[in-house]
Design a binder for this molecule. Structure first.
Ligand SMILES: Nc1ncnc2c1ncn2[C@@H]1O[C@H](COP(=O)(O)OP(=O)(O)OP(=O)(O)O)[C@@H](O)[C@H]1O
Length: 266
């Protein structure tokens, strides 16, 4: 008997915010995502995987920046196949890329407002939404500072503010905590938990501790495929004290990855 997928065993009829089946996405010449199955709904999902696993490529395809070259991808029930109109999906998306371009002379407020405009938010709603997102990332006192004057951590927070300005139904954050100091990371975890109450949030990171502390679900990818999915507690419980990692969650993650590699070579 074949194993049932998460989509088939779900207790709810609520459509998946993100649903990928056998997804393939090219990065340059190679298939960096190659046969990935994923079904995600409301909550905070941590995306873990070693360097080169395909996390950024996956994020870019979910952000509709890259078009899948095989398999199926639906976002909020709409197919992403290079043919359908993606504007309704893009209005409901928030994306913090790993590296984002910006106009250095823009203030934080101008930058976030500009992104709100690009997302086709109603004009009258933009100023209040911009202020709220700037406040949520703790940049209130820097709202009118130019981007070029911000520290790396502050710039990252401005990037998060633009990603959340439209209250996205799908929020994709690629390495959001890079450059944040420990206090800011704690604040950010709280913000994540808050955002995940009514959005589908996918956070790519190398910081297993952030995932353990702030996520309701962990997705581990390797070589372009999903290799494990479960709660942070279930991942931690996999931990073998003999494996690398400073914390129980890191040992759990390393064990999951090594088990997968062992099975793959059998
Ligand atoms: N523009 C590109 N041209 C060619 N190869 C690419 C390109 N972008 C990514 N790759 C390759 O695709 C694979 C997946 O890369 P990707 O950046 O998605 O991985 P990642 O999991 O995000 O890695 P990291 O944790 O190091 O950021 C890697 O082997 C990478 O070298």
């Amino acid at each position: 008997m074949r194993a049932l997928s998460a989509a088939e065993t779900a207790a709810t009829t609520h459509p998946w915010a993100i649903h990928a089946e056998g997804l393939q996405v090219r990065a340059g010449r190679q298939l960096a995502v190659n046969g990935l199955d994923l079904a995600l709904t409301t909550g905070v999902h941590g995306l873990l995987g070693p360097n080169g696993a395909g996390k950024t490529t996956l994020m870019r395809s979910l952000a509709t920046v890259l078009t899948p070259s095989g398999g199926r991808l639906t976002l909020l029930g709409r197919p992403v196949d290079g043919r359908s109109d993606l504007r309704p999906v893009r209005r409901a998306l928030g994306y913090l890329p790993q590296h984002f371009g910006f106009y250095p002379r823009f203030s934080v407020r101008e930058f976030v407002g500009y992104m709100a405009w690009l997302k086709e938010m109603p004009k009258g709603a933009i100023p209040a939404a911009v202020q709220r997102s700037i406040d949520r990332v703790g940049l209130t006192t820097k709202a009118d500072a130019r981007l070029k004057t911000l520290s790396g951590g502050m710039l990252r927070r401005a990037g998060i503010a633009q990603a959340i300005v439209n209250d996205p139904q799908i929020l994709l954050l690629d390495e959001p905590t890079v450059g944040l100091d420990p206090e800011q990371r704690l604040d950010f975890r709280e913000l994540l938990r808050d955002l995940g109450t009514d959005s589908c949030v996918l956070v790519s990171t190398h910081l297993v501790e952030d995932v353990a502390a702030a996520c309701s679900d962990v997705v581990v990818v390797n070589e372009g495929r999903l290799v494990w999915q479960g709660t942070p507690e279930a991942m931690t419980a996999q931990g073998d004290p003999g494996h690398a990692g400073d914390s129980p969650a890191e040992r759990g993650y390393t064990t999951v990855l090594r088990q997968h590699r062992t099975e793959a070579t059998r």
